[in-house]
Design a protein around this ligand. Structure first.
Ligand SMILES: O=P(O)(O)OC[C@H]1O[C@H](OP(=O)(O)OP(=O)(O)O)[C@H](O)[C@@H]1O
Ligand SMILES: Nc1ncnc2[nH]cnc12
Length: 177
């Protein structure tokens, strides 16, 4: 079985969460499977080790999990992008729509060096609203979005096209529905 097939077989579908009509892709069974977590991280390392990235952004909260593991393996800094009001120092913010609501995310204003090449990681790409807002934060700080990494792509929502059209970067993902 390929890694993508294994991950697909372990993800749990939860209908009507957090709202009626949403089929929620629950990755908690993946996180509880230590050998699968190890395989996923090694797969991500293979994809990104030669990319020359200066930092990884992980998007709160599920983007923190594999984002931190990947930053550790690649030996580059992990930079948290958090929901509004959670980061303690001076921040800049972006608001956006997502599959089931609206949100605002923030980054510390000194988090990235101008000109640095950034890898943006999140667990799941749906409409692309969250990842696009993170990329706008990166650009506001004078840095470059060099890659997008997701475990899951919900292809019917066309987030991958939206990110490519706005940022000229083709998102990387392990599995697609
Ligand atoms: O592509 P989009 O339509 O923007 O949706 C994707 C985002 O939605 C989920 O996060 P959520 O805001 O539910 O937060 P969580 O990670 O804290 O659960 C997911 O982890 C992505 O960040
Ligand atoms: N269907 C979905 N499942 C899990 N996380 C999501 N984030 C946005 N849409 C989602």
């Amino acid at each position: 079985m390929s890694i993508s097939e294994k991950v697909k077989s372990v993800i749990r579908d939860v209908p009507d969460f957090p709202k009626p009509g949403i089929l929620f892709k629950d990755i908690t069974p993946v996180l509880a499977n230590t050998s699968l977590v190890h395989e996923i991280v090694q797969e991500l390392v293979k994809d990104f080790k030669s990319g020359g990235y200066d930092a990884i952004i992980g998007i709160e909260s599920r983007g923190f999990i594999f984002g931190s593991l990947l930053a550790y393996e690649l030996e580059i800094p992990f930079i948290p992008v958090r929901k509004a009001g959670k980061l303690p120092f001076h921040t800049i913010s972006e608001s956006y729509n997502l599959e089931y609501g609206k949100a605002t995310i923030e980054i510390h204003q000194d988090a990235l060096k101008p000109g640095s090449r950034v890898l943006i990681h999140d667990d799941l790409l749906a409409t692309g609203g969250t990842a696009a807002a993170a990329a706008r934060l990166v650009h506001k700080l004078g840095a470059e979005t060099a890659a997008f990494s997701f475990l899951i792509n919900l292809s019917f929502l066309k987030g991958d096209n939206i990110l490519f059209d706005e940022f000229g970067v083709k998102p990387n993902y392990l599995i697609s529905y």
